[in-house]
Structure formats: structure tokens, C-alpha cells
Design a protein around this ligand. Structure first.
Ligand SMILES: [Zn+2]
Ligand SMILES: [Zn+2]
Length: 278
């Protein structure tokens, strides 16, 4: 069994992540245009018809921009909870009924062979979620758009071998930056976005749960840079005795192009020979 995890775009301008376990292939969010999604899939050697579904985290436009055209054109099922569906349909009703699937936050379900747990995250949307995906001994999680650290979501993500975790901003850059006061307050609030330091704190906890590779994602274009996010997070990992690159792979997910994919494979189960001795 092989798991492939590859952010296709990540940041406040648009989010979309590709994950597959064996032959079941999913997107998490579709916040870039249908054309960009199709081009990104092409780079992975895939077409839209190879997808089994799109999981939506919440209704903010940087997570759903492309779903309307993409689904009308290619007929890919969309999965979201009722709160998120309300937000999606408020923006545009034109999603054929047969592609609308609803789940409940906290209740796991299957698409193909993938077990999916949508878990609640603190963010200013109707009913925002992150996702924990499991298949056999492989697992991956996406946790972005998170206002603050809490034990609940960290416990749910703990055990994921690959994680896309939000490193949205540098707190000082937000405070000194050009954003109007209300926007700064929103970003820094407990239902806004996760800063680089909190991302590192979460990763340090997840390391104890066995995470092997992390993408720092959903970076702000104004209040962060890939270099700042990487150096803050890897610096804090080192301070806590974790060697980035050796014990934990750390990549910054690219904002507007596909990132390097992570591939994990489980060794085939050992075939036991029947015991013929008696
Ligand atoms: Zn959001
Ligand atoms: Zn977002």
C-alpha cells in the first residue's frame, strides 16, 4: 500500500491538497480555479476523473473557489458538513444534487478504503474541520485555519505520519504590517489563524505521536515568508531536541504551485508459513 501526499496550493490565496492511499484519490479543499487544479493534477500524471472525492474544510473562498466549475465539469463528489454546505450553496447553488454528500463533524466515514475523521477546529466559519485520514497502517492529516492550539484537535491529529499544519503568520509581522486593525484582530484571534510559534508547538507534540513529515502551510503572503516560517519552526524543533530533516522532514508548502510530494509505503504483510511440525 502506498500513500501519496502533495499540497497543490497552500496559502491565503487558495488551498488544495492531493492525498491518495492505493487507488483511492482525494482532494482536500479546492480553493484554486478548476483550471489550476486540472493542471496540478496533470503534473502528478492524473486527470480529474481519477479522483474519488473532494473533502471541504470550510466555506471560505480560499478553500472552495474551484469546486463549482470543477464538479459541474468533471462530476466529482463533494463532501462537507451541513454548516459548510450552507456556506457553499449561499455562494452558488449550481452544484448537481448527485455530487453533494454531507457528513457530521466528529463522525468518521469511508471513501473507498480510506477512513476519514473530520474534526472540529477553532476558526471563524460555520462548522470548520480538519481531516484525519487512515488506511491500514498509513495516516495523514490536514489541519489549517486554526485559531489556537487545543488538546482536542492535537489529540485527533496525533498519530498521523504526514501532516499539513498551518504556519500562517509571524505575530510581529502582523502587528507591524499594513493590514487594518480589524483584520489584524481577526488573524490573531482565537478563531483566526495559527502563528509560526504555535505551529512549532503543535509539531513538537505531534512528534511524540509519530509524525514523520510535516508541511508548513496556509502561509500569509503579507505576514510571513517561507524562510521565516521554516527557520522559526525548525529552530523551535531543535531547541526541543528534535533534528529537522533527520528525525522529522519539514517542508514549506508552496503558495501557488505544487509542492514536493511525500510518499510512504507499508511493507507487504509477511506471509506466514503454516506450521507443519505437528
Ligand atoms: Zn478560513
Ligand atoms: Zn483559509
Amino acid at each position: 500500500m502506498k500513500m501519496i501526499f502533495c499540497p497543490l496550493a497552500s496559502g491565503s490565496a487558495g488551498n488544495c491538497t492531493y492525498v491518495s492511499f492505493g487507488n483511492t484519490r482525494l482532494l482536500i479543499d479546492a480553493g484554486i480555479s478548476a483550471t489550476k487544479i486540472t493542471n496540478a493534477l496533470k503534473q502528478l500524471g492524473l486527470t480529474p476523473s481519477d479522483l474519488n472525492g473532494i473533502l471541504i474544510t470550510h466555506e471560505h473562498v480560499d478553500h472552495i473557489r474551484g469546486i463549482y466549475v470543477f464538479t459541474r465539469k468533471y462530476g466529482v463528489p463533494i463532501y462537507a458538513n451541513n454548516g459548510t454546505w450552507m456556506g457553499i450553496l449561499k455562494r452558488d447553488q449550481d452544484i448537481p444534487m448527485q455530487y453533494r454528500f454531507a457528513f457530521e463533524t466528529g463522525m468518521d466515514f469511508y471513501i473507498g478504503n480510506i477512513n476519514i475523521t473530520p474534526f472540529a477546529i477553532p476558526h471563524d466559519a460555520n462548522d470548520p474541520v480538519g481531516y484525519m485520514l487512515r488506511c491500514g497502517r498509513l495516516s495523514a492529516a490536514v489541519a489549517t485555519d486554526i485559531g489556537h492550539l487545543n488538546d482536542e484537535w492535537i489529540r485527533t491529529v496525533s498519530g498521523a505520519q504526514v501532516v499539513l499544519l498551518e504556519a500562517n503568520h509571524d505575530v510581529e509581522m502582523v502587528k507591524k504590517g499594513p493590514y487594518p486593525y480589524h483584520l489584524k484582530q481577526r488573524i490573531l484571534s482565537r478563531r483566526g489563524h495559527l502563528c509560526n510559534e504555535d505551529c512549532a508547538r503543535a509539531l513538537i507534540q505531534l512528534y511524540g505521536g509519530g509524525v514523520q513529515a510535516a508541511f508548513l502551510g496556509h502561509l500569509s503572503g503579507e505576514n510571513n515568508t517561507p524562510e521565516v516560517a521554516y527557520s522559526v519552526v525548525t529552530g523551535m524543533l531543535q531547541d526541543s531536541g528534535i533534528r529537522p530533516g533527520e528525525e522529522l522532514v519539514v517542508n514549506v508548502a508552496r503558495r501557488d504551485q505544487i509542492s514536493d510530494m511525500i510518499v510512504l509505503e507499508t511493507p507487504p504483510e509477511k506471509v506466514r508459513r503454516p506450521d507443519m511440525s505437528n
